[in-house]
Design a protein around this ligand. Structure first.
Ligand SMILES: Cc1ncc(COP(=O)(O)O)c(C=O)c1O
Length: 387
């Protein structure tokens, strides 16, 4: 067999998949597993969205759409920025993509030539650096800690940017920490990046904000490249649909990339997403947001009470990033043993980078409070402090 491409050696799998495989095998053998490792909403797609998708199928709307997306959806997304954030976005600036994943690939393809670097926070969403590897570019991982809310700061930009750097990418709310950058922090970051290169902001968890209304980087930096998705807040992970907002000058370049990389986002999903901004959908999503807030408000103090240290209070998304160094020097083993002994699945820090990865684990509040209560009972037993 001829060898596969050598760049693959630089692409890591999700370590949590090995744990998930074990969890599934344990479930098949009859064990009750509590899944706190899954980074996707446990709620189904809202009914109006499903109905819009079914109607599209029934009409036979199964052909390619334009590469940049259905004009009506591009308009609806632009309108969402106007209504929700008071920000003017032209429909021509919006590209409908296969999830935020497709948007990340477009955005990084837009800014990063081979050999160039993009600054990323470590810890952060792991796929970003692998997208860069596929493009022949590379990540410059910038270690971040609780002092900056685990986010890139203006000072980091000054320190880490060099001649090869073309962009910085942040996510707010963040995976794995749930940390949220304030408009002032975003503005300071944008001011540091503006004279140097491009600012990319992943707003996929936008809407899942608990302590302050959601904001968009476009409000403080109209030239930012912002990506988003219908996956998380809108509950559409499996439909594979998201979007990108970029400055008007990028439209023709993005069209070339979209045409060549995937032709267009899934047609049925695009029609379904048109119903995502419907008032009935938004009312349902608000109830879900409140439920995620209740889960955080239960799980965060419950974990702290049994000895977990959470240096940054999650203000959004559905994650809690906890320091387990009081219990172990190896958070991956901690996850393995917690799963084996108590049937609770969580994600080890190693999946989000190298910085202090062995100290941290991520909990996802993607199951209801009764299951979270049971999880806390089991975890307390595991760490030797029954509640
Ligand atoms: C920070 C972040 N960005 C992007 C994605 C990709 O999401 P999707 O392609 O489903 O929109 C995820 C998924 O977990 C994520 O956590």
């Amino acid at each position: 067999m001829h060898p596969w491409a050598s760049r693959l050696a630089n692409i890591q799998p999700f370590h949590v998949m090995a744990l998930l495989g074990r969890a599934r095998a344990m479930e098949a053998a009859g064990r009750d597993i509590i899944h706190l490792e899954v980074g996707e909403p446990d709620f189904p797609t809202p009914a109006p969205v499903v109905a819009a998708g079914q109607a599209a199928l029934a009409r036979g709307d199964t052909f390619y759409t334009p590469s940049m997306g259905l004009p009506a959806l591009r308009e609806a997304i632009a309108g969402w920025y106007r209504v929700r954030f008071g920000v003017e976005v032209q429909p021509g600036q919006v590209v409908v993509t296969p999830g935020a994943s497709g948007a990340l690939l477009l955005a990084l393809g837009l800014v990063a030539d081979p050999g160039k670097r993009v600054l990323l926070a470590d810890p952060g969403y792991p796929c970003n650096r692998h997208f860069l590897t596929v493009l022949g570019a590379a990540a410059r991982m910038v270690p971040v800690d609780a002092a900056s809310g685990f986010q890139l700061s203006a000072a980091d930009i000054g320190r880490a940017w060099n001649a090869d750097t073309v962009a910085a990418l942040v996510a707010t709310p963040s995976n794995p920490t749930g940390g949220v950058m304030s408009p002032a922090e975003l503005a300071a970051l944008a001011a540091a990046v503006r004279p140097r290169g491009h600012l990319l902001v992943d707003e996929i968890y936008q809407g899942l904000n608990f302590d302050a209304p959601p904001c968009t980087a476009l409000a403080v930096e109209p030239d930012a490249i912002v990506l988003n998705s219908f996956s998380k807040f809108f509950g559409m992970t499996g439909w594979r649909i998201g979007w990108l907002v970029a400055p008007p000058s990028a439209e023709a370049e993005l069209a070339k990339l979209a045409q060549n990389l995937y032709i267009a986002a899934p047609t049925v999903a695009q029609h379904a997403a048109l119903a995502a901004f419907h008032p009935d959908t938004l009312a349902e999503l608000e109830l879900r947001r409140q439920e995620y807030a209740r889960r955080r408000d239960f799980l965060l103090p419950a974990l702290e009470a049994i000895g977990f240290v959470v240096p940054v209070r999650p203000q959004g998304a559905f994650y809690i990033y906890a320091d387990v160094s009081r219990f172990t020097a190896d958070s991956y083993r901690f996850c393995e043993e917690l799963l084996a002994q108590e049937g609770v699945a969580i994600t080890p820090g190693i999946d989000f980078g190298e910085r202090d990865a062995a100290r941290y684990v991520r909990f996802a509040c993607t199951t209801g409070i009764p299951r979270l209560e049971e999880a806390v009972r089991r975890i307390a037993r595991f760490v030797g402090r029954p509640g």
